[in-house]
Design a protein around this ligand. Structure first.
Ligand code: GLN
Ligand code: ZN
Length: 764
């Protein structure tokens, strides 16, 4: 029979229970035993959900209090001494690495956390020493949790991060120079020991994740697979299911083929269904295929017909016994259950499937293939109806939007003139000094702002009262900017809850959930809006506030928008049209907004694209260039509708442009503000090397910390920047928006910033 399997389940629980328990524990409100017990309760609940859904192969060790990579760091005793030397309880040592520890005379910052592949989940980076050793923890977590499930009557398949990925995703600690992959020999005995214990505990198969196989790997890493997996096979060890996801693995077949004795191979057939044929051809003669056909990264119902066809293709070639129906990746990236959504329109809700529903889907698909479609006729018919409803719904299809997209011309992507001509006009029009000062958009979102917004959402105050409140907030930030004597003002964004949600709520084609949280890192969850259909702008979204602000000051007022790629990336996108189509629809809606802002007298407009970089495909090459091409086009389409005298700004929360500088340059933004205060000013060299002609505001201080930078520090920073940028190119601004700061430090920091700018103005 064809079995069904889930690669991992979200950890938070139905009401973000894990977040609440962790935060209560960190805040000293519940005990260590309490938080551990809550973890146990959640694991059990999640196994039961999957069992009741009819899933044959249920994962264990997918649960983590903070992050699964961090679990491995601790389990292998790859714990830097600065954490281990205090003799903390294991769970406290674990949290210390995840989020830092500042208590009882101990003060250590956290380990570095970075994005997990191209998802919005963040993992803790293994941080290794030159003389690194590894030692398996007593009572290792995967064994403990396997037994815990077994006791509850559920046989699970433990999930481990494979040794090659564990090392390849790691780095040398500060002051160390070890190349992590050279530690493989030392690490393998620990894996062997762990696998032996799992086998003794009764685990027949183990899912071993090697997601780095979707990358273009350095030779050294490729060569590590064969020796590694030779050691990890033997009759005393469980059979291994090697799992890959978030991309195709065709370019690494030689590596996978070199690995003998693999019981099964898991591939992501949602992202790359076209790899199925070559995967089948390259599969070992007895190997099992785990076919990832249910999307672990999005919230759409699986199209049963298509998924069954894919699985059937595999079954015809290798037989039912050798095929497993699976989720494409762990379901970690999907919300817990659709049941919690009480406010979604019924029509739309019928198109969605969250983690608990996806567990049912793998089971149904497996049954359909095993016993024939008649065995699950009802489900298949209902599914076909949902697909039909979504495809033909007026919510998904807007002929006006489609027509407008067909009519987009190449010229619409380009400003009227080249930068020198534009700049000449802008200089006159805006009368900007040398070293102009500005901020990135938001000012502190005070408690009062949140209270009033809440009241308004709950209907406790009228729209008019709320509007008056926002106007007063704008008045205040303008008075403060007057006092500070900044050059280009902002209205402060007090009306915005979140930079994507705010726009999503004003655009047709979006829906919002009440409970669809997904883990971003540690206890932090995000609730992305969902793009369900063609996007259009029924009315201006930001003009009222910007216009009001402009009327209150004679200084140029900067309009503030979230760019098309950021809106797309920080939402759940549609899976029925290409992302480039969705980006273009967003771009057209924003283009109208930009033109309306200009007509309302806003002559500086910033379109933020902090998510541009994270959308970069994982492998360099054609795919990456294709992405950059449509991403750049959508930015240009959204901004190019204005006159030469209107200045377009863009903002990025990172300074690593080295690998896609050509795309940043192609945006043709008049001014770029970028995060730079924590990076080496040397990163700016790329602007010199490529003779970048336009203007740049590299952040002069870090806004993530309440620390106030001194005037001297800012001067020093600017001085460094001037080694790379011409004085007439340089803007003076903070790293990012100020919404998470308090007013006191904000004013002090900006006051120092303005004084520093004036100093350079005099000097040049
Ligand atoms: N304009 C936004 C702000 O100032 C930009 C936020 C961001 O880049 N993440 O808050
Ligand atoms: Zn930013």
């Amino acid at each position: 029979m064809v079995q069904s399997s889930v690669l991992g389940f979200p950890r938070m629980g139905v009401n973000r229970d894990l977040k609440k328990a962790n935060e209560a524990y960190w805040g000293g409100k519940i005990s260590r035993d309490d938080v551990l017990a809550e973890g146990k309760r959640l694991r059990l609940a999640h196994w039961k959900i999957q069992k009741d859904a009819g899933v044959d192969i249920i994962p264990s060790n997918d649960f983590a209090f903070y992050d699964h990579v961090l679990d491995h760091i601790q389990m292998f005793n790859a714990i830097p001494e600065r954490y281990s030397k205090h003799g903390l309880e294991p769970i406290d040592e674990y949290f210390a690495m995840g989020r830092g520890h500042q208590k009882d005379g101990i003060d250590v910052p956290s380990l570095e956390m970075v994005k997990w592949f191209d998802s919005n989940y963040h993992y803790v980076k293994p941080t290794l020493q030159d003389n690194q050793t590894f030692k398996l923890a007593a009572d290792p977590k995967p064994v403990r949790e396997f037994l815990e499930a077994k006791e509850a009557g559920i046989t699970t398949r433990p999930v481990l991060l494979g040794p090659v990925s564990f090392l390849a995703l790691g780095k040398a600690d500060r002051g160390q120079s070890v190349d992590p992959i050279t530690l493989l020999e030392k690490l393998l005995p620990v894996y062997v020991e762990l696998l032996e214990s799992l086998k003794k505990a009764g685990a027949e198969t183990v899912q071993i994740d090697e997601p780095v196989l979707v990358f273009d790997l350095p030779e050294k890493v490729k060569a590590a697979f064969k020796p590694a997996y030779e050691k990890l096979s033997g009759s005393n060890l469980p059979k291994l299911v090697l799992a890959t996801y978030f991309g195709d693995i065709v370019h690494n077949f030689d590596v996978i083929a070199s690995v003998k004795h693999l019981y099964a191979l898991h591939v992501d057939l949602v992202r790359n269904p076209e790899q199925l044929q070559s995967v089948l051809e390259n599969l070992g003669s007895e190997q099992v295929l785990s076919a990832g056909v249910v999307d672990g990264r999005n919230i759409w119902k699986t199209n049963f017909k298509k998924a069954i066809e894919l699985v059937e293709t595999a079954v015809q070639k290798i037989g039912k016994e050798r095929v497993i129906v699976a989720t494409s990746s762990s379901l970690l990236h999907t919300p817990h259950t659709l049941d919690s959504e009480k406010k979604l329109p019924e029509e739309v809700k019928d198109w969605f499937s969250f983690a608990s529903e996806k567990a049912v889907e793998v089971a149904v698909i497996a049954k359909a293939v095993t016993e024939g479609p008649a065995a699950v006729r009802e489900q298949i018919e209902a599914n076909a109806k949902s697909m039909q409803s979504r495809a033909s719904s007026a919510r998904t299809n807007n002929p006006d939007v489609k027509k407008r997209q067909q009519e987009v011309t190449p010229e619409q992507h380009n400003r009227k003139s080249e930068f020198p001509e534009r700049y000449a006009q802008q200089k006159k029009h805006l009368s900007l000094p040398l070293f102009p000062t500005t901020t990135i958009g938001s000012f502190p979102q005070t408690k009062e702002i949140r209270i009033q917004r809440n009241k308004f959402t709950k209907g406790e105050i009228t729209a008019e009262e709320y509007e008056k409140f926002i106007e007063k907030e704008i008045d205040d930030v303008i008075a403060i900017q007057d006092e500070l004597d900044l050059d280009v003002y902002v209205h402060g964004e007090p009306e915005r809850n979140d930079m994507v949600q705010y726009f999503g709520e004003r655009l047709d084609g979006y829906v919002f959930t009440t409970h669809a949280w997904v883990q971003s890192y540690g206890s932090r969850c995000v609730r992305p809006p969902i793009i369900v259909g063609d996007i259009s702008r029924p009315a201006p979204m930001t003009v009222k506030e910007s216009k009001y602000a402009a009327s209150k000051s004679s200084k140029p007022m900067k309009g503030m928008l979230t760019g098309p790629i950021t809106c797309l990336r920080w939402s759940f996108p549609r899976d029925d049209v290409h992302q480039s189509v969705q980006a273009q629809q967003l771009a057209l809606a924003l283009r109208d907004e930009v033109v309306d802002l200009e007509a309302a007298g806003i002559y500086v407009i910033q379109v933020d694209e902090p998510a541009l970089r994270e959308g970069l495909p994982l492998r360099a090459g054609k795919e990456r260039e294709a992405y950059l091409s449509w991403a750049v086009d959508s930015f240009k389409l959204s901004t190019a509708g204005v006159n030469d005298s209107t200045q377009i700004h863009s903002h990025f929360c990172y300074s690593e442009f080295q690998d896609f500088f050509h795309a940043i340059a192609a945006l043709d933004a008049d001014v770029l503000s970028i995060e730079n205060s924590k990076s080496d000013a040397k990163l700016l060299k790329v602007f010199v090397d490529k003779a970048y002609p336009r203007h740049i505001g590299p952040g002069v201080y870090d806004i993530h910390s309440p620390r106030v930078p001194s005037e001297q520090e800012i001067k020093d920073r600017v001085e460094e920047m001037l080694q790379y940028l011409k004085p007439e190119q340089l803007w003076i601004n903070p790293d990012c928006g100020l919404k998470t700061r308090q007013w006191k430090e904000t004013k002090e920091a900006l006051s120092n910033l303005v004084t520093a700018a004036k100093h350079f103005r005099e000097k040049h």
